[in-house]
Design a protein around this ligand. Sequence first.
Ligand SMILES: C[S@@+](CC[C@H](N)C(=O)[O-])C[C@H]1O[C@@H](n2cnc3c(N)ncnc32)[C@H](O)[C@@H]1O
Length: 209
Amino acid sequence: MNITDPAINSYLHKLTPASHPVLLEMEQYAAKHGFPIIGPLTGRFLQQLVILTGAKRIFEMGSGYGYSAIFMALVMRAGGTIECTETDKENIARGRKHAQAARVGKKIIWHEGDALESMRKAKGKYDIILCDVDKEQYPAALGIAWPKLRKGGIMATDNTLRSGRVVTEKPPKPGTAGILKFNRMAYALPDALCTLQPLRDGLMLAVKR
Ligand SMILES: C[S@@+](CC[C@H](N)C(=O)[O-])C[C@H]1O[C@@H](n2cnc3c(N)ncnc32)[C@H](O)[C@@H]1O
């Protein structure tokens, strides 16, 4: 199921200026290898969040080869850091190379291994937390990440409409079930204001009050 009408989607893509050359190269790699990245529409939306919150500390759960992190790093103020988490060594190596090429290597710190474990060990509060791990892990990720977000901070979680499978998959498979549970949990948080944006594959925004 399309989240947005294909004609509207195409219009939005045509309207959006081309990405930074390094991001463009990463988009081409993703298209060629079928690697799931957030894409330029969500990338620009995340950049707006970085600017609006004045983010200096960002934590990303599930970073792939750094496409979403580089998007955010490009608009982050000097001295800010983005902590990336990834289990796959090759993705991390590729991510480091691209971050250097985009001249944001100093802003990005890589943690190899399980994102939920790294988040559990992380000290201090974050301005933005981006969640893009395996979908069945979303409920657990929310439980671990939410206390680490500062008041006024934003947790952004990708794929929360999952190509429409949140309404079409009956009974839901484990990934979709994880998202359905996560969406209910996020809206039920007493100290959160949530909206699920129908942007690309669905982006849940939870602002901490
Ligand atoms: C959808 S991709 C991330 C894409 C990235 N956010 C972007 O848009 O450029 C998900 C990545 O998270 C990694 N991943 C999934 N679950 C993870 C976990 N629990 N800990 C660390 N990495 C994880 C996968 O290896 C994969 O590279």
